[in-house]
Design a protein around this ligand. Structure first.
Ligand SMILES: C[S@@+](CC[C@H](N)C(=O)[O-])C[C@H]1O[C@@H](n2cnc3c(N)ncnc32)[C@H](O)[C@@H]1O
Length: 294
């Protein structure tokens, strides 16, 4: 019985892809049809390889397409997550607000929050420090602000700064929905242009807890600014997100290079809403160093 050429091509393809001799007369068949064989095999092979690769990536990082879309354009997902929270979480319940944001991030659209896995490290650091006067750099939709503010001590307060007024508008509504408005104040701006005046105006310095989660290339320069300006002090705890991805290697190197001034613990965790690796660092300032190297 002769096998159909279509079946032969399929088996040959599988043989080539898997390395198993599924189609034994491969050399013979291949020699007879050499002319258009390559053409016939190439496209199906590419399709199969792409499908296998996509399946692998999809199971490793289910939100990859959503993340790529986010990187390419502003698509309004910040408004959608706020609406999702209003539809799914009870007003005044911070835990439900956080869970709804996480569900949206996992199942609907990827979000650049610290997320549930790394968020545990942040929560533990807040619980341990019990800050009275915390600072967050990078508010986005207010997820980490809810996480921090919901476990602050009675007399604790969080100041959150973000360069984007539209993100601050969403974060403000998120905090209000979580019932934490009395614990958090948002301000639009950056560490080097606006924070010092804001802090002076509201009599806030020095901060005893800082969460750094904004533009990765500014982590080190902004942290050094905080040190230089006395906006942090001995025993201030600094949590920094995304040390691996997108990555802040210069910040990491700096806090590790000065063990006489910093005690740093590194936590390898998963990037938000994915299985990719990321890292959060928790650093304690051991003295009143101003960050200037001699
Ligand atoms: C990763 S998101 C923050 C996520 C948030 N901490 C959370 O976990 O829910 C980064 C935020 O930093 C803000 N940002 C970027 N560059 C900044 C800068 N130089 N100063 C302050 N905020 C900045 C962005 O607008 C964005 O909202």
């Amino acid at each position: 019985m002769t096998e159909s050429p279509r079946k032969n091509i399929l088996l040959t393809n599988l043989s080539l892809l898997t390395g198993f001799p599924l189609f034994t007369p491969l050399p013979d068949f291949a020699t007879k049809t050499t002319g258009n064989m390559t053409n016939k095999l190439l496209l199906p092979a590419i399709v199969v390889v792409a499908a296998v690769a996509l399946y692998g990536v999809q199971s490793y990082f289910p939100n990859l397409l959503s993340m790529v879309k986010f990187a390419l354009m502003k698509d309004g997902r910040e408004n959608r997550v706020l609406q999702y929270v209003k539809d799914h979480a009870q007003r005044g319940n911070p835990n439900e607000v956080m869970k709804s944001i996480d569900t949206f991030g996992w199942n609907e659209e990827w979000l650049m929050n610290v997320g549930d896995d790394k968020g545990e490290v942040l929560t533990n650091a807040v619980v341990q420090k019990q800050p009275k006067n915390a600072l967050e750099i990078g508010a986005y939709c207010g997820y980490s602000a809810v996480r921090i503010a919901s476990i602050l001590p009675e007399d604790g307060h969080l100041t959150s700064i973000d360069i984007s007024s539209s993100n601050v508008a969403i974060a403000t509504q998120m905090i209000d929905y979580a019932g934490l408005s009395n614990k958090v104040d948002f301000t639009v701006g950056t560490v080097t242009t606006t924070l010092k005046d804001y802090v002076k105006q509201h009599n806030l310095a020095p901060f005893d807890f800082i969460f750094i989660d904004h533009a990765k290339e500014h982590y080190l320069s902004d942290f050094r600014y905080l040190l230089k300006e006395g906006l942090v002090a001995k025993n201030t705890v600094i949590v920094a997100d995304n040390i691996f991805f997108p990555g802040a290697p210069d910040y990491r190197a700096f806090v590790n290079a000065h063990p006489q001034h910093f005690k740093t613990v590194e936590y390898e965790r998963k990037l938000e809403y994915s299985k990719m690796s990321d890292m959060v660092t928790v650093t304690e300032l051991l003295d009143d160093w101003n960050g200037v190297e001699m």
